[in-house]
Design a protein around this ligand. Structure first.
Ligand code: SF4
Ligand code: SF4
Length: 418
């Protein structure tokens, strides 16, 4: 589909597959030794056992596509036609991946898979084969409503925004709630705003109708046509509010803002991007925010893939949790850069919902096994899906977002609750 929702003309099956890939990505595809080391860490492989989804198989098949259209034989005798079924099966496999990047983290030759898979998706969109299912409606829905959930701008902040927290018109600090938090994980964004209010530094926000999608759902499903427009609108709007640091709690937003916004904006951004835990950890360190109430509980923190492997933010959330008096911090066996995907990423959580629920249950089961009192998350997609995974599951644990938890500790002191 185009940004206007019109059907894009499919590329013939014998046209080059290398157009949208960087020279480094072409080298990466060539470099895979098929050693299979990454397979041990793939969460989708774990729950489906489907060999087509495995990282080396996706790379092997894509390599065959390149060979058929750009290899020596193709250059001498003309490109070969690729079987349509093979292309369709590959497309499904590349969209079933959660793009968690665990395979890249453990890749013996250092392939940056968290970036490679979305680029392969983009190629399948260019060929008229991707995206899949309702993802095809994303450009139209985002174009019409500003968010991927087809919700009204009037519902973006109003249902959860705490009345007593003041937002100023212009400030050095801007806060971007993000679509998933605002519509699907409201305790999380409410927690963000309550904590910002408690820190007390003035912050600004865009009006709900101007806080449009950051572009991540389009980027990750390979539909890049609208990205330049969305990014330039948002950057100009925050610039007009004199923002110098833009805060956000959604790892996917923070990831695209820091890694890709400068590419779509075509120059350096006029402000810094920070995950909310970076700002809050610094405020706790400088004494601007102190948690006075004790929490005698065992907390286990799950590193979101796009926050840890994506942008390297792993210690700040832990510093925030260690700042809660009495709390004991536990770790998953796989933590930080090696974190195991909870199943919610890569725009796959709604289409491949059963996979996502099973992956989320692995996270819940380990937290329960380690006797944690609370499973602490820091991503709205994880929050929505892991909560869903708990429904009907025989293992139960309290799930809480990191800022939701902190806000509860602050509110309890403010209201005098012991
Ligand atoms: S990115 Fe994650 S889900 Fe996708 S192939 Fe790699 S390990 Fe598997
Ligand atoms: S670890 Fe790297 S080189 Fe080995 S199969 Fe996986 S992607 Fe290929």
């Amino acid at each position: 589909m185009t940004g206007n929702g019109e059907k894009k003309k499919a590329a013939p099956n014998d046209r080059s597959f290398t157009k949208g890939l960087s020279p480094l990505q072409l080298i990466e595809i060539d470099a895979c030794t098929q050693c299979g080391e990454c397979l041990k860490y793939c969460p989708v492989q774990d729950v489906t056992g489907n060999p087509l989804i495995s990282p080396p198989e996706k790379i092997r098949v894509f390599r065959e596509f390149i060979k058929a259209t750009d290899g020596l034989k193709a250059r001498l005798l003309g490109p070969q036609l690729i079987d349509r079924k093979l292309l369709e099966d590959f497309t499904k496999a590349v969209y079933e991946c959660t793009t968690c990047g665990a395979c890249g983290q453990h890749c013996t030759v250092g392939i940056f898979t968290q970036r490679l898979w979305p680029m392969l998706r983009k190629e399948m969109v260019r060929r008229g084969l991707g995206p899949i299912g309702p993802q095809v409606n994303l450009p139209k829905v985002i174009g019409e409503t500003g968010n991927p959930y087809n919700r009204l701008a009037a519902e973006r902040f109003a249902p959860w925004f705490p009345e007593h927290v003041k937002v100023v018109d212009r400030a050095d600090i801007g806060y971007y709630a993000g679509c998933t938090g605002a519509y699907e994980a409201t305790p999380m964004v409410r927690g963000d705003v309550l904590v910002l209010g408690a820190i007390g530094e003035p912050f600004t926000m865009l009006p709900a109708e101007d806080e449009v999608c950051c572009g991540f759902p389009l980027f990750i499903t390979g539909q890049h046509d609208m990205l330049e427009d969305l990014v330039s609108r948002l950057v100009a709007a925050y610039q007009a509010k004199a923002v110098k640091t833009l805060l956000c709690s959604c790892p996917c937003c923070v990831n695209i803002m820091s890694r890709d916004w400068p590419l779509f904006y075509k120059k350096e951004l006029p402000f810094k991007i920070r995950h909310i835990t970076q700002f809050v950890a610094a405020s706790m360190k400088s004494g601007k925010l102190a948690i006075k109430r004790e929490l005698r509980e065992r907390l286990i923190y799950h590193d979101p893939c796009y926050l840890s492997r994506g942008v390297g933010i792993m210690e700040e959330p832990r510093a925030v949790l260690r700042g809660i008096p009495g709390a004991e911090l536990l770790e998953f066996d796989r933590n930080r850069l090696e974190s195991r995907c909870c199943g919610a990423g890569g725009a796959a959580r709604k289409i491949f919902s059963e996979n996502a629920i099973e992956m989320g249950r692995h996270t819940i089961a380990e937290a329960v096994e380690k006797k944690a009192d609370k499973l602490v998350l820091s991503c709205p997609a994880c929050y929505a899906k892991v909560n869903e995974a708990m429904v009907g599951y025989d293992k139960q644990i309290e799930i809480v977002d990191i800022m939701e938890l902190l806000a509860k500790m602050i509110e309890a002191v403010d209201s005098g609750t012991p």
